[in-house]
Design a protein around this ligand. Structure first.
Ligand code: GRF
Length: 233
């Protein structure tokens, strides 16, 4: 039995839900959980993530865009559902919609998204293909605060990996995914156990401005603890 349940997380998904699964299982393995998932919302009724939520007894719901006459109506249903969950943090993990400023505002500075590239490089889709096309030596994933700009919000944390000569998009994706999962777990632990704010595009951690994204294994360990001397001034 966990001694504490920690911060309340809501997770938004559209598909497979491997980040959701990794986060849920990672948190459940701990005696003192820094956080727990109070609800999962999918915009896709067929999302595999919904089956996972059922298996883990995480409450889930589907809010489908095409059930609403406008994007605004869809988003107000989403916002209402999120508010009911009373989350401290909202985690977008493979949620394939760009939210408007109105939908983000109620949760400003409390919404994060995971993206499979080293932002600001390669916003949007097909990141693995684009890394190869650009002949980059290093690839990775980022967790950033959500703004109305697609994958454009301030970046909190990143994980990097080398691109090998014989890599193709599939091998990159396969190698990156477990690193994404580690980044997700570490970043959520960081958020749950520190005062992390994002105001007017600036991230502070316990009152110190973050100048560079935290790099997993360099500035941030797998338990969400800071390592070494952070670049904050
Ligand atoms: C991940 O690669 C994530 O970075 C991106 O969408 C994918 C979601 O995968 N935003 P999953 O649904 O968590 O398995």
């Amino acid at each position: 039995m966990a001694k504490t349940d920690g911060a309340r997380l809501a997770v938004l998904v559209s598909g497979r839900g491997s980040n959701f699964e990794a986060l849920h299982l990672g948190l459940h393995a701990l005696d003192d959980r820094p956080a727990h998932i109070v609800g999962l919302i999918s915009d896709q009724p067929q999302a595999l993530a919904l089956e996972k939520a059922e298996r883990f007894a995480v409450p889930s719901q589907v809010i489908e865009r095409n059930r609403y006459e406008s994007k605004a109506a869809f988003e107000s249903a989403l916002v209402a559902a999120l508010k009911t969950l009373e989350p401290n943090w909202i985690v977008l993990a493979g949620f394939m919609r760009v939210l408007s400023a109105d939908a983000i505002a109620p949760f400003a500075g409390r919404m994060i998204n995971i993206h499979p590239s080293l932002l600001p490089k390669h916003r949007g889709l097909h990141t693995h293909e684009r890394v190869l096309a650009a002949r980059e030596a290093v690839h990775g994933a980022s967790i950033h605060f959500v703004t109305p700009e697609l994958d454009g919000g301030p970046v909190l944390s990143q994980v990097t990996m080398a691109v090998e000569d014989n890599d193709d998009p599939d091998t990159l994706a396969k190698r990156l995914l477990p690193l994404e999962h580690r980044l997700m777990r570490a970043t959520v632990a960081l958020l749950a156990t520190n005062e992390v704010k994002c105001v007017h595009g600036e991230i502070t951690i316990n009152g110190q401005v973050l100048r560079q994204p935290l790099r997993l294994g360099h500035d941030l360990d797998d338990h969400g603890q800071r390592m070494g001397q952070p670049d904050t001034r």
